[in-house]
Every structure is written in structure tokens, then in C-alpha cells.
Design a protein around this ligand. Structure first.
Ligand code: MSP
Length: 642
């Protein structure tokens, strides 16, 4: 077993709905960190799971007409499928409905009670069901709105158990002062410190008005507050308070809790205070990452702006989606999602930069050396030395970025090398060397390129799950780049000359964006721009024949003509931008076609009540060919067109 351990967690997910691409972000990021640590030789424990209790789940299950456990069982299966589709390499998946968890949470609650940190009193305050959060009168404000999500809170009055949060405030502040890196990034630490300094009230930790939770062991009409239940998963999954605590002793304290920014407060205030009360060491770091946002804010079911990761993986492949998520959200900040941005990343970084480097290199290797890796040359000089330097820098920079949890920056560092290698091809122009029959030099160049690709494959192991292996196999290497470990990227020259490469299909084919798909964010987000309309939709447009009774130019406008029209007995005024093609005089008496049920609009101070139809075709410069739609037989004005 490896000497060094690394314990890393994601939040456990609410199985209240299907997960969207924003949810996938936390877990894909955690997976990249877990794979990176394994690659470095750590014994990694990577935990994820589901947070299945609480009033929210109980209500949703009722709405679906099933029991809570029937409801969650189905959704948890879907969540596990999603992690499989995204190649999430978790070591354990904990469900808070499992017996191992339930029993341990009851023991934890009992221990807190026995130590005098839990007491019974009357609770009167406000509760946000979607966030499963208690708020004071002051926090809920006069409008009684949840300060986190903005939805209405409910008044709760019941006998409850309380946890003495206030007792731990000073100890917590001292801990944060001594461990300034505990909460990352620092902006979130400052927020939490000022929250605690404002004064903490004891936390209500049990409920009696619903049943879907873990019963308080000595008073089972109470169920344990869902956040106390959920946060405990980080130690119950390790066997804490069970007969076998070996994993707990090996992995606790956690090296990193990775969480979204909206749940940093629970992880950095309530959770450490629970651990203090239990006399357990605190986790080493809590990192609050940003959100993946769509137009209109954070992706969420209630906003109706979710994007389904399963559809995206099916369409673009798992590596493309993982790459986008890891590359697009910078350290701690929010990142935005659009299908356009995704396709742009795939085409530029994956297809153009990485895919082309492999394809070009192996095509030339075949053409000049029958696919066999030639011998390297020394001494290195000029661009060769530079390529080697960039490779070593990329490795060091990516490693340093990962240590700072800057996943996006690590990928950027790797791409410095990919781009340098593409530039190297253009600089040394292997085709010219071949033409000039400089075979030894050509061999050295091709060795450098293949060696660069070997290093890139090793470095990509934490982020992409398919491409590194594909590069490895195309290079003709045995085993897998995950087996050789991160240190194999630090060393230049490990590729053995004589290796038979095997060029395969392009790694990432370019995605051609069809014209009609250009404005389409996703099937779920917006309807395709040029979707056909139904006959019912067309029938909503009221087209009628109108007779022009009078017409005059609008003063100071070159194009606008004001028309008085008759629609049967009705008289109306409309404005039309046809003044460059028609004189007012020639319009009078014409039978034209108008949209009769258009909302009125004001143009240069005149109200237009409808719109005439005309065909137009752009001409030279300012000229435009316009032809009015008229009817080819005499028909009364007001006649409906369909
Ligand atoms: N059940 C709690 C966590 C309990 S941990 C002891 C919970 N679950 S959740 O399903 O709502 O969220 C799980 C994770 O997904 C959180 O880290 C949350 O921040 C993350 N995300 C949800 N929507 C997100 C985005 N749009 N973007 C990025 N992350 C997002 O909270």
C-alpha cells in the first residue's frame, strides 16, 4: 500500500431530480483531482454519494405518489449511471439511507448529546424547504424570503433539539486564524469569518413535523436535521463509530472537501464545529468552487435552464465534456456554458491542437520511417532544446497548478506544450528535411515529436479518460499511461527508438456547425432557430387584403411612407419603409396584403397599425429592390388571406 494517503470528497447529491451539467462539474473536478493524486502515487480515497433524507424529498415523493425510498432508489440508480458515463473513478458511494450511515449518525448524535452539546428547547423560526436551511427572523427579513435562494420560507414552531454552535465560535475563529488556507479561495474565507463574527445562534438539529429522516435514538418522534445527517457522511463512509474503524484511522482527516460555493457555510462552520464537539481533527481544506451558469444565472431545475450531461456525452463524447468542464471554469470563479462555447473548445483545443499534433506526427512517421520511431540526436539545439524546455516546464507548471487546485490552469500548462510542438513542426519543416535528404536530422525531429506526445499522454491521464490511452496505443506503447505514473512525464527521452507506431483515426474529429444549429444552445435550452411551424401557428397571423386610400411621405425620412388603408369598413394608418421604391402617388388605389393583427408600433412619431407585405432583394449600395404583394383579381378589401 502506498505511503501517502489522500482523502477527497464531493458533496453528496440530493436525489430530488435528474442531475444537470452543473452538478456534473463538482464530480468531474473531484475525479480529475483524485486521478491526479493516484498518478502521483498516493493511496486515494475518493468518496461521493447521495443525501436522501429531508422534508424536500418527502414532499417530492408524495407528489409522485410513491414512498420516499421508492422515489430515491430510482434516482440514485440514474446518478450512478451518470457517473459511469462520465468515467468517475470514485472509491466509495455512500447513500444516507444505508444502515452503515444511519447507525453511525445515531451514535454521533448520541455522543454530542452525552457531551452536553445538544439540548432540547422550543424552536420558532423560518425554514427554507428547498435549501433545507433554518433562518432567524432577522435573516428572513420582513418579506420572509430565503437569503440564499430567494424563495419564500415557512414559519416553523416546534419542540426541537439544538446544537451549541455558539459555544464553538471563538475556537473556530482561532482555528481559522491559525489555518488561513482551510477555506479556499480566500474570498470565501473572509465571507465566513464575517458571518461568524456577526454572532452565531445555536442550531436547531431535529424536526418533528415529518418522518423522512434518521430518528433521534432516545426520542424517535424527532428526526435528525438533514445537514447533520448529510455532513456526517464524510466519516460514516470510513466506518467511524462502527466495529471497523480502520479506514477512518487511515484516511481521516480529509485532505479536501470539494463543494459548490453555496454550501461552503455548512462545510466550514457547522461541520468543523460538529467535529470539535466530537473531539475529532478537522479536514485540511474546504474548497468552494464557482458555478456553471447559463444565460439568466445558475443552472437549476426551477429556472428551467438545465442541460442534460447524458445527451451531451452521447453527442460529443466523454473526453470532450470533461475537457470543457475542467478547462472552462477558472479557479473558484463562475464559468458559463453554451453549446457554442463547447464546440469551440472541442474544435480549437482538442481537434486542432491535440488531434492534429498526433495525426500529423504519425502520418509523417509512416511516410518517412515506415512508422518506426527513429533514434534521437544530441546535442540538442535551437528549437529542439526549446521544445524540451517547454515540456519540462509544462509538467512542473501543471503539477504546481494542481497543488493549488487550479485545474483549468493545469490544462492550460499542458496546452503550452501541445501548441509549442505544433509550432515546432512548422519551424523545422520535416517535409523540407525529407526533400533535402537530411535523414538523421529528420529522425531526431520525429523522435522529439513522438516523445512530446508520450509526455502529453501521461500528463492528460487525470483529465481525459479515453484520449491518453488512444495516444499511447497509436504511439505503439504497451500498457497504459496511467500505469507509468506522473513522474514519467518529468523525464525526457523515455520513448524507445524502434517502437512501431500505429496511426489510427483522428482523436477528435472537427465538429461542423451547420447553419441552422448555430443559434441553438441545446435541445433543452432553446428551440432550434429554423424549426418548422404548425398550421395552427400560421393561422395565428391574420393576413388581409387592404386598399390604399391615401399615401404621403413622412417628413425627414427617406424611406417611410404613411398610408391610409381600408380593411372592409375599417380605416387604419400604417407605415411602410418602401419610399425608395415607390412614390406615394403610385400606391393610392392599390390592393395590397397586410398583417392585420400585429401589435401597434410607433415609427418616427406615427403609429403604425399593421404591416404591409413586400418582397425585397438587396441591390447595389443603398438600392433595394422592393415589390409589393398584391392580389391578381379584383377582390373586396378586408378579405382574409389563408
Ligand atoms: N445535498 C447537498 C450537499 C450535502 S454535502 C454534505 C447538496 N446537493 S446538490 O445536489 O444540490 O448539489 C451537489 C453539488 O452540485 C454542490 O456542490 C453544488 O454546488 C453543485 N452544483 C449544483 N448546481 C451547480 C452548477 N450550476 N454549477 C456548479 N456546481 C453546481 O447541495
Amino acid at each position: 500500500m502506498a505511503e501517502k494517503t489522500f482523502y477527497l470528497t464531493t458533496p453528496i447529491y440530493y436525489p430530488s431530480d435528474k442531475l444537470h451539467i452543473g452538478h456534473a462539474y463538482t464530480t468531474v473536478a473531484a475525479d480529475a483531482l483524485a486521478r491526479f493524486k493516484r498518478h502521483q502515487g498516493y493511496d486515494v480515497m475518493f468518496l461521493t454519494g447521495t443525501d436522501e433524507h429531508g422534508q424536500k424529498i418527502e414532499r417530492i415523493a408524495k407528489e409522485h405518489g410513491v414512498t420516499p425510498i421508492e422515489y430515491v432508489d430510482k434516482i440514485v440508480a440514474g446518478i450512478k449511471d451518470l457517473w459511469k458515463i462520465l468515467d468517475i473513478s470514485y472509491d466509495d458511494f455512500i447513500r444516507t439511507t444505508e444502515e452503515r450511515h444511519v447507525k453511525a449518525v445515531q451514535t454521533i448524535f448520541q455522543r454530542l448529546y452525552d457531551r452536553g452539546d445538544i439540548y432540547k428547547a422550543e424552536y420558532s423560526g423560518w425554514y427554507c424547504v428547498p435549501c433545507e436551511t433554518f433562518w432567524t427572523e432577522r435573516q428572513a427579513g420582513t418579506e420572509h424570503i430565503c437569503p440564499d435562494c430567494g424563495r419564500p420560507v415557512e414559519l416553523v414552531k416546534e419542540e426541537s433539539y439544538f446544537f451549541r454552535l455558539s459555544k464553538y465560535a471563538d475556537r473556530w475563529l482561532k482555528f481559522i486564524e491559525e489555518n488561513p488556507d482551510f477555506i479556499q479561495p480566500p474570498s470565501r474565507r473572509n465571507e465566513m469569518v464575517s458571518f461568524v463574527k456577526q454572532g452565531l445562534e445555536d442550531l436547531c438539529v431535529s424536526r418533528t413535523t415529518f418522518d423522512w429522516g434518521i430518528p433521534v435514538p432516545w426520542d424517535p418522534k424527532h428526526v435528525i436535521y438533514v445537514w447533520i445527517d448529510a455532513l456526517s457522511n464524510y466519516i460514516t463512509a470510513l466506518g467511524y463509530a462502527s466495529e471497523d474503524e480502520s479506514k477512518f484511522h487511515r484516511y481521516w482527516p480529509a485532505d479536501l472537501h470539494l463543494v459548490g460555493k453555496e454550501i461552503v457555510r455548512f462545510h466550514t462552520i457547522i461541520w468543523p464545529m460538529m467535529l470539535m464537539a466530537l473531539d475529532l481533527p478537522l479536514p485540511k481544506k474546504v474548497f468552494g468552487h464557482g458555478w456553471l451558469v447559463l444565460e439568466g444565472g445558475k443552472m437549476s431545475k426551477s429556472k428551467g435552464n438545465v442541460v442534460d450531461p447524458v445527451i451531451l456525452v452521447d453527442k460529443y463524447g466523454v473526453d470532450a465534456i470533461r475537457y470543457f468542464l475542467l478547462r472552462e471554469i477558472p479557479f473558484g470563479a463562475d464559468g458559463s456554458y453554451s453549446e457554442e462555447a463547447l464546440v469551440k473548445r472541442i474544435n480549437s483545443d482538442l481537434a486542432n491542437d491535440l488531434g492534429n499534433l498526433l495525426y500529423r506526427t504519425l502520418t509523417m512517421m509512416e511516410k518517412y520511417f515506415g512508422g518506426r520511431v527513429p533514434a534521437p540526436a544530441s546535442p540538442d539545439e535551437g528549437p529542439d532544446a526549446d521544445l524540451k524546455r517547454v515540456a519540462q516546464e509544462a509538467c512542473a507548471n501543471a503539477e504546481a497548478a494542481m497543488d493549488r487546485l487550479e485545474i483549468s490552469a493545469a490544462l492550460e500548462a499542458i496546452w503550452e506544450l501541445v501548441k509549442r510542438a505544433n509550432k515546432y513542426i512548422d519551424e523545422v519543416a520535416p517535409w523540407s528535411l525529407a526533400r533535402e535528404k537530411k535523414n538523421e536530422r529528420l529522425g531526431a525531429v520525429m523522435y522529439n515529436l513522438a516523445e512530446t506526445l508520450r509526455i502529453v499522454a501521461v500528463m492528460l491521464v487525470p483529465y481525459l479518460t479515453r484520449a491518453p490511452q488512444a495516444i499511447w496505443e497509436q504511439l505503439g506503447l504497451a500498457g497504459s499511461p496511467a500505469d507509468v505514473g506522473w513522474q514519467a512525464a518529468r523525464q525526457w527521452g523515455l520513448l524507445t527508438p524502434g517502437t512501431q507506431t500505429r496511426r489510427g483515426a483522428p482523436l477528435f474529429p472537427r465538429i461542423e456547425v451547420k447553419k441552422e444549429e448555430k443559434n441553438e444552445v441545446s435541445e433543452e435550452v432553446k428551440a432550434p432557430a429554423e424549426e418548422k411551424i404548425s398550421i395552427e401557428q400560421f393561422a395565428q397571423v391574420e393576413l388581409k387584403v387592404a386598399e390604399v386610400l391615401a399615401a404621403e411621405r413622412v417628413p425627414k425620412s427617406k424611406k417611410l411612407i404613411r398610408l391610409e388603408i381600408a380593411l372592409g369598413d375599417e380605416r387604419r394608418q400604417i407605415l411602410a419603409g418602401i419610399g425608395r421604391s415607390y412614390t406615394p402617388e403610385e400606391l393610392v388605389g392599390k390592393k395590397i396584403v397586410v398583417v392585420a393583427n400585429l401589435k401597434p408600433a410607433k415609427l418616427m412619431g406615427y403609429e403604425s397599425n399593421g404591416m404591409l407585405l413586400a418582397a425585397s432583394f438587396p441591390g447595389e449600395g443603398e438600392e433595394e429592390h422592393i415589390s409589393l404583394l398584391t392580389v391578381d383579381r379584383d377582390i373586396k378589401s378586408g378579405a382574409r388571406i389563408r
